[in-house]
Design a protein around this ligand. Structure first.
Ligand SMILES: Cc1cc2nc3c(=O)[nH]c(=O)nc-3n(C[C@H](O)[C@H](O)[C@H](O)COP(=O)(O)O)c2cc1C
Length: 455
C-alpha cells in the first residue's frame, strides 16, 4: 500500500429518509423527511459533528422514475428543493461544505453562477456546484416538451455552460468594490469585467450582479463517468462523485481521470475523487448483515421492478423476478452506471430480484457491511491503493446510519490517522485542500506584464 499522508475526504450524500429505497419504512426511518426541514438540520449538524467535508444534495427535475408501477410506494419522489434547503442550512451550520446539483440541460448559466456565488457569500465560503447534464428522460417533459438531448449534445452544452459560469464568477476583481463615500466611488470600473460570450448554445453579456464571493470560485463538483463526463471532469472539476461497486473499477477510473488532467495543465491533487459508499456497521458482522436484510425485506417488488426499469431505460414489468435479466437493446439516454450494472448482472448470473435489491441498497455504488474494523479496513485499502481520495457516504437510513458513521466509523478513521480531527479552515476549499483559483483577468494581466518585461 502507498504511504499517503493526506487525509481522507468524506461527503454526506443527503436523501430524505435514507439511501436504501425502503428506508422510509424502517421503524426508525423518518418517513416525513422530504417535507420536514427540521430533519435536515439534524442530519447536517450530525455530519458537522463528525467533521465531514460536505453535505451533498443530488437533484432531478421530475418525479424520479420513468415507470409508474409501484410509484406510490416510493419515498424519493418529492423533497425540498436543494438550493433553497442549503441556503437555509447555511445558518444552522458553521463549517461543513454545502454542495448541490444544478443541471446544465435545464438551467441558464447566468442564474446558476448567481445562485452559487450568493450561497458562497451567505455561508462564508462553503458552496459547491454539482454539475450534471441530467440523464433522466422524464425531466425534459417538465420543460415545455423539449425532447431530451442525446448525451454527446448534453455534454457539449454542459461544457460551454461551465465555462460561462466560471467566467462570470471572475466578473469582479477581489478589490473591485472601493465603496468610498467621500469620493462617491462605489467600484473601480477597471476591475469589473464584461463577458460578451457568444457560443453554440448561449449568448451572455455579463458581468455577474453578485460581488466576488469568499472562495472566488465556488467548488466545482461533477458526477459523470462516461468518456464525455471524464473529459469535462479532467478539464474543470475539483471533486468528482462517482459510482463503483468494486475496487478494481474504482482504481481504473481514478488513474484514468487523474491521467487526463495533464492535457489541461492541471495538477492531479487539485481534483478529489470520491466514490459513493453505503456503510452498514454492526457490533458483529452478523449484526450488520441482519440490519441490511431487515431493510431488504421492506422492499416492495413493484418498487424494485420500477427502480430497475428506470435504471435500465426499459420496462421490466412482467418478466419473472427470479429469472435472468432479458436482453436489452442499447439505450442512449441512460449512463455508464447502468451499463456497469448490466455487465455485473450478466457475469454473476443475477436474477431480476437480486439486481433490484442491489440497486435498492446502493444504486451502483460500493457497499461495505460489517464491524467497524472490517469497514474501515476496506476504506483504508481503497484510499491507500488510490481507488479514491475519500468517499461520498450514503447512510442506508437517516438518522441512524449517519449516527453510526459519526460515532463508530469516524473515531476509528481518526485513530488510524486517516481522517481530520478538526476542520482545516472556514471555507470548503480549505477543508478539501483545494487552491483558490486566480481570476482569469489577473492571470491575463500577469501574463501581459511578463511578456512586456521579457520583450
Ligand atoms: C454520485 C453521483 C451523483 C449524481 N447526481 C446527480 C444528480 O443530482 N442529478 C442528476 O441529474 N444526475 C446525477 N448524476 C448523474 C450524472 O451527472 C450523469 O448524468 C450520469 O452519470 C450519466 O452520465 P455519464 O454516462 O457520463 O455517467 C449523478 C451521478 C453520480 C455518480
Amino acid at each position: 500500500m502507498s504511504a499517503r499522508t493526506d487525509k481522507m475526504k468524506v461527503g454526506m450524500f443527503i436523501r430524505p429518509a435514507g439511501h436504501h429505497i425502503a428506508s422510509w419504512r424502517h421503524p426508525e426511518g423518518h418517513a416525513d423527511a422530504g417535507a420536514n426541514f427540521a430533519r435536515m438540520i439534524e442530519i447536517a449538524q450530525t455530519a458537522e459533528r463528525g467533521l465531514l467535508d460536505m453535505v451533498f444534495c443530488a437533484d432531478t427535475h421530475s418525479v424520479f422514475t420513468a415507470h409508474e408501477q409501484g410509484l406510490h410506494r416510493l419515498h424519493y419522489v418529492a423533497w425540498i428543493e436543494p438550493f433553497t434547503m442549503l441556503s437555509a442550512l447555511a445558518s444552522y451550520t458553521k463549517n461543513i461544505g454545502l454542495v448541490c446539483t444544478a443541471s446544465t440541460s435545464f438551467e441558464q448559466p447566468y442564474t446558476v453562477a448567481r445562485k452559487f456565488a450568493s450561497l458562497d457569500l451567505v455561508s462564508g465560503g462553503r458552496s459547491g456546484w454539482n454539475v450534471v447534464t441530467s440523464g433522466n428522460a422524464t425531466e425534459a417533459l417538465n420543460f415545455s416538451n423539449e425532447p431530451h438531448k442525446p448525451k454527446d449534445e448534453r455534454y457539449r452544452r454542459g461544457k460551454e455552460f461551465v465555462e460561462i459560469v466560471q467566467a462570470l464568477w471572475d466578473s469582479w476583481d477581489d478589490d473591485a468594490f472601493i465603496r468610498d463615500k467621500d469620493a462617491c466611488l462605489f467600484f473601480d470600473p477597471q476591475k469589473m469585467h464584461m463577458l460578451n460570450h457568444h457560443g453554440e448554445y448561449f449568448d451572455v453579456r455579463g458581468p455577474l450582479n453578485v460581488p466576488r464571493s469568499p472562495q472566488g470560485q465556488p467548488v466545482l463538483v461533477q458526477a459523470g463517468a462516461s468518456d464525455d463526463g471524464r473529459e469535462l471532469a479532467a478539464q474543470t472539476a475539483e471533486v468528482v462523485f462517482t459510482a463503483h461497486a468494486t475496487i478494481e473499477r474504482a482504481k481504473a477510473f481514478y488513474s484514468d481521470l487523474k491521467g487526463r488532467m495533464a492535457r489541461y495543465g492541471r495538477d492531479p491533487d487539485h481534483l478529489k475523487i470520491m466514490p459513493g459508499l453505503s456503510i452498514t456497521v454492526g457490533r458483529t458482522h452478523a449484526e450488520a448483515v441482519e440490519k441490511q436484510e431487515q431493510l431488504d425485506e421492506l422492499l416492495h417488488p413493484d418498487v424494485g421492478v420500477s427502480l430497475l426499469s428506470t435504471r435500465m431505460g426499459h420496462d421490466l414489468t412482467g418478466f419473472p423476478l427470479d429469472g435472468p435479466l432479458p436482453d436489452l437493446p442499447p439505450n442512449k439516454v441512460i449512463g455508464s452506471r447502468s451499463d456497469d450494472a448490466i455487465a455485473m448482472a450478466r457475469s454473476k448470473n443475477m436474477t431480476i430480484r437480486q439486481l433490484y435489491q442491489w440497486f435498492a441498497r446502493q444504486r451502483g455504488h460500493a457497499g461495505f457491511v460489517g464491524t467497524v474494523t472490517e469497514v474501515v479496513d476496506q476504506m483504508e485499502t481503497w484510499f491507500k491503493e488510490e481507488a479514491c481520495d475519500g468517499f461520498n457516504f450514503l447512510a442506508p437510513v437517516f438518522p441512524i446510519g449517519l449516527n453510526d458513521f459519526v460515532d463508530m466509523v469516524v473515531p476509528e478513521l481518526q485513530r488510524r490517522g486517516l481522517y481530520r480531527t478538526a476542520y482545516e479552515g472556514p471555507t470548503l476549499r480549505d477543508i478539501l485542500g483545494l487552491p483558490v483559483p486566480q481570476s482569469r483577468y489577473a492571470r491575463d494581466s500577469a501574463a501581459r506584464e511578463k511578456a512586456t518585461v521579457s520583450a
